[in-house]
Design a protein around this ligand. Structure first.
Ligand SMILES: NC(=O)c1ccc[n+]([C@@H]2O[C@H](COP(=O)([O-])OP(=O)(O)OC[C@H]3O[C@@H](n4cnc5c(N)ncnc54)[C@H](OP(=O)(O)O)[C@@H]3O)[C@@H](O)[C@H]2O)c1
Length: 166
């Protein structure tokens, strides 16, 4: 199973700028890239807080939301709430014939997957802004992550970087 983490970041490494951040600060070009990548993969996994920040299920993708309290939330055709461990969830998806998923946040959920060695690729768009912010990737990680650069490209004023996890 290939896990592709997809994030937008400020130039100083913040992916969340406030408690109620809804990532409105990301560019049109990044939103288009996010939609195209996640739609072609077809499955997005996220933490409950990211789902609440988005405020709806992303259309044309299976949305899987991790929460310790899945019974509190109402699932729908393309929206599932689960308390499975990341490993169990990925094994289950693999058994159903899937070989790729996008992990779309937030930082807490990314750090959790990264600690378990479950992230294979990282797509980060660096927006040309510097902000105080409240969270960045890796701030709660318990191990180091080494990456190798696969690709970079201009996305409007932003830079998309694609890394493979070593
Ligand atoms: N810039 C970007 O690319 C980007 C991407 C995504 C999100 N964000 C921003 O990041 C913020 C949210 O991120 P966050 O780090 O605070 O939270 P988060 O990772 O979205 O959600 C954390 C929650 O997910 C659930 N969870 C995570 N791992 C779990 C596991 N293994 N088992 C069960 N439940 C698990 C827990 O929910 P329960 O408390 O319900 O148990 C936990 O409280 C938002 O402001 C959002 O806008 C930015």
């Amino acid at each position: 199973m290939k896990v592709i983490a997809v994030f937008a970041s400020t130039l100083n490494g913040k992916i969340s700028l406030s408690e109620d951040d809804k990532t409105e600060w990301t560019s049109r070009e990044d939103k288009r890239y996010f939609k195209s990548l996640t739609s072609s993969v077809g499955i997005v996994i996220m933490g409950r807080k990211t789902h609440e920040a988005i405020g709806r299920a992303l259309p044309d993708r299976l949305n899987i939301v991790l929460t310790r309290n899945p019974d509190y939330y109402r699932p729908s055709e393309n929206l599932i709430f689960t308390s499975s461990t990341p490993k169990e969830l990925l094994e289950d998806l693999e058994k159903k014939g899937h070989d790729e998923v996008c992990l779309i946040g937030g930082a807490e959920t990314f750090d959790h997957f990264a600690d378990l060695g479950l992230v294979n690729e990282l797509h980060i768009t660096f927006e040309p802004i510097i902000r105080t912010g409240i969270a960045g990737l890796g701030e709660t990680m318990e191990r180091d992550l080494d990456l190798s650069l696969k690709e970079f490209r201009k996305l409007g004023e932003a830079i998309l970087t694609v890394y493979e996890v070593k």
